[in-house]
Design a protein around this ligand. Structure first.
Ligand code: NAD
Ligand code: ZN
Length: 347
């Protein structure tokens, strides 16, 4: 089968032929209908050789949806032909966190060598994907897999990030979304679907600001040195109750710190490498809570898929064939994808 692999540190990904995997006991083979490209893949492909944690070559793709193609021995929980989305942050499956569905917080996964597809083991940018347990598969119940694939990360991660702040997103409150890309454009919609908050979106690219407005942002502002002052002005001086930073660079974190309200939340989702000083004298208003969430829980993925089924959120996608994946990554790198790039391996 064909797969898109990162083969050598510092090189661009390549479309190659690899053996079709066979499901072993307990495993499920998925025919991939759609796989999303995440900016985190670019971060991974930017890591230097001496720090690179995964074995190469590695098939990329940690956002996948498709149909069950074959079952390993003993698998009875899913049926061949069932349409599903893949939950990515696999845990041990046995600890208290995993029992709660919070496999993204499993403290044992790392030690057991359990890694997500596309981030250490073969991922969804291939014709077929091997999934270790039917536990990782969430039913689509009629949702289009092209819609569903981005929801497994670009939808799930902001959903999880927003959920912690729901008690603060009351009528009259403001939420700021910094970076309206794959994750950010879904964050705007999730905020609108789940809260009465006013949503202010920030980006550096006019196209993205246009998309932000189209998907429900009340205000869409250029992310520049004036942004924090504009947010203060729009909130009558108090600042935003919640700031979600999908860039996470030094500059955007400075904006986040300067625009959050007393008792507000700053949530850093982007891997931009910036850090935020938390503590007295650090520059944040009193009582601010800061967090850097990782992906989301299995139940949260079910909830995001349900929101999409109800038409309350939808992925704005540009689709590509598997052969076009390297070019799609290049465009993502250049900031030239609006919404999410989704690969259709069987197109
Ligand atoms: P993306 O490339 O689709 O979107 C990034 C957006 O940020 C683009 O619209 C870009 O124009 C905008 N941007 C860049 N610099 C900016 C600035 N200074 N101010 C405002 N906007 C700016 O990326 P994505 O796939 O949505 O991922 C967003 C980030 O989230 C990445 O850093 C990614 O690695 C990270 N991520 C984290 C998790 C997690 O679990 N924490 C999960 C998925 C992705
Ligand atoms: Zn991702």
């Amino acid at each position: 089968m064909k797969a898109v692999q990162y083969r050598q540190v510092g090189h661009t990904p390549e479309v190659v032929e690899v053996p079709l995997p066979e499901p072993g006991p307990g495993q499920v083979l998925l025919k991939v209908a759609a796989a999303g490209l995440c900016h985190s893949d670019l971060a991974v492909m930017g890591w230097p050789e001496e720090q690179f944690p995964y074995a190469l070559p590695m098939t990329l793709g940690h956002e996948g949806a498709g149909t069950v193609a074959a079952l390993g021995a003993g698998v009875t929980d899913v049926a061949e032909g069932e349409a599903v989305a893949v939950y990515g942050p696999w845990g041990c499956g046995r600890c208290a966190k995993c029992a709660e569905g919070k496999e993204n917080c499993c403290p044992h996964a790392g030690g057991l060598g359990i890694v997500p597809p596309g981030l250490g083991r073969p991922g969804a940018l291939a014709e077929y994907l091997l999934v270790d347990s039917p536990r990782h598969l969430v039913r689509l119940n009629g949702l289009d897999p092209v819609q569903a694939a981005p929801l497994t990360d670009a939808g799930l991660t902001p959903y999880h990030a927003i959920r912690r702040s729901l008690p603060k997103l009351l009528p009259g409150s403001t939420a700021v979304v910094i970076g309206v890309g794959g994750l950010g454009h879904l964050a705007v919609q999730l905020l609108r679907a789940l809260t009465p908050a006013r949503v202010i979106a920030l980006d550096t690219v006019e196209e993205k600001l246009k998309l932000a407005r189209e998907v429900g942002a009340h205000e869409a502002l250029l992310s520049d040195s004036e942004a924090a002052a504009r947010i203060r002005e729009l909130t009558g001086g108090t600042g935003a109750e919640v700031v979600l930073d999908f860039v996470g660079a030094e500059g955007t974190l400075t904006v986040a710190a300067a625009s959050v309200a007393v008792e507000g939340d700053v949530t850093v989702v982007g891997l931009g490498g910036g850090t935020l000083a938390v503590g007295f004298g650090g520059g944040l208003p009193f009582e601010v809570s800061a967090s850097f969430p990782y992906w989301g829980s299995r139940t949260e993925l079910m909830e995001v898929i349900e929101l999409a089924r109800q038409g309350l959120v939808s992925s704005h996608v540009e689709t590509f064939t598997l052969e076009q994946a390297p070019e799609a990554y290049e465009r993502l790198h250049a900031g030239d994808i609006n919404g999410r790039a989704v690969i259709l391996p069987h197109a």
